[in-house]
Design a protein around this ligand. Structure first.
Ligand code: IPM
Ligand code: MN
Length: 361
């Protein structure tokens, strides 16, 4: 099979973790005889430096022309003082929107080998296996009006949480489909006791559920969801929620997985007319500039995202599963990076990537 992939290493630890994901993809392509065609592009702070903007036209063209995009991370402290419009993160939002990848799949699995890395008690975390489906192209991140205006000396800031029925419906259906392939339980998290936005969300999810009688649905308020996530995580199978709620809940979920360095993500939309399932694959973690360039960032999230790419965009289930199995082997026997290392010397980013390749065989 021909695999066309755009690689956007981005900022901070992005390049080093992406390098290991690419190493694993090359290894898999060689082993299973796939023709890997990779291009590299600019996104985020590095794109601002080289082109003046966080999401250059060239990157947009490449992303729209390719089947799948592998992304590292974006964000640099030097841009922290700038308004959202001018920041590296704007590039990330831009590419998500341009690709129309409205469903961001963030699996949270508590591997046995990492139970001790979570500050939560083993008996709470053990068995956690959930999938957060975060709506990714609407809500507060994109709604208008937005901005800061000055009114008689006092400034006012406005952001708008906007959801159209169709935007809720498509991500809800995606979540139902995914739940159907898992334990058939869907939890929708909203704030329907306060927000009209969430009232519509709840209605549309309920309505969508009529087509999925085999999936059990429950609605939970997002504040309670945040609490249940650490009190009783095994109660969750698939969780569907709007953009900002999903952003927050998934970082909280990282505590269950032992480290945010473990969380992969796949952003997908509808199938293209040519049959391709275009996707954007990125770790949930950020650019971690404090440890960038030191060869100590955890590459598992990036490598796991590459596995998700093979799975979702290319339908290569066997290859994706082989990477996932290799990750588990390396988690058990090492080397692993400092964020999840309990005792002894931590491995480097590169050593972990090479160990995953070796474990694939
Ligand atoms: C994430 C990140 C991004 C988001 C930032 C970097 C814009 O936190 O992917 O979770 O908020 O979506
Ligand atoms: Mn986030």
């Amino acid at each position: 099979m021909k695999l066309n992939i755009l690689v956007l290493p981005g900022d901070g630890i992005g390049p080093e973790v992406t390098r290991e994901a690419v190493r694993v993809l090359e290894h898999v392509a060689a082993k299973w005889n796939h023709a890997l065609h990779m291009e590299e592009g600019l996104l985020g702070g590095i794109a601002i430096h080289k082109t003046g903007g966080p999401f250059p036209d060239r990157t947009r063209e490449l992303a729209l022309a390719t089947d799948a995009t592998l992304l590292g991370a974006v964000g640099l402290p030097e841009f922290d003082h700038l308004p959202p419009e001018k920041r590296p993160e704007k590039g990330l939002l831009g590419i998500r929107k341009a690709l129309d990848v409205f469903a961001n799949l963030r699996p949270i699995v508590a591997y046995e080998a990492l139970l001790a890395s979570s500050p939560l008690k083993d008996e709470i975390v053990r068995g956690t296996d959930m999938l957060i489906v975060r709506e990714l192209t609407a809500g507060l991140y994109f709604g208008t009006p937005r901005g800061i205006s000055g009114e008689s000396g006092e400034r006012v800031a406005v952001n708008s949480m906007v959801y159209r029925e169709s935007e809720i419906k498509r991500v809800a259906r995606m979540a139902f489909e995914l739940a159907r392939k898992r334990r058939k339980k869907l939890t929708s998290a909203d704030k329907a006791n306060v927000l009209e936005n969430s009232q519509l969300w709840r209605e549309v999810v309920t309505q969508a559920g009529k087509d999925y009688p085999d999936v059990e649905v429950d609605h939970i308020l997002v504040d309670n969801c945040a609490m249940q996530l650490v009190l009783n995580p095994t109660r969750f199978d698939v969780v569907v929620t709007e953009n900002l709620f999903g952003d927050i809940l998934s970082d909280e979920g990282a505590v269950l997985a032992g480290s945010i360095g473990m969380l992969q993500s796949a952003s997908i939309g509808d199938q293209q007319p040519n049959g391709v399932w275009r996707g954007l694959y990125e770790p949930v973690h950020g650019s971690a500039p404090d440890i960038a360039g030191q060869n100590k960032a955890n590459p598992f999230a990036a490598i796991g995202s590459a596995a998700a790419m093979l799975n979702y965009s290319f339908g290569l289930k066997e290859e994706g599963a082989a990477i996932d199995a290799a990750i588990q082997t390396v988690l058990k026997h090492g080397p692993v990076t400092a964020d999840i290392k309990r005792q002894g010397t931590a491995g480097t980013t590169e050593e972990v990537g090479k160990a995953v390749c070796a474990a694939i065989g």
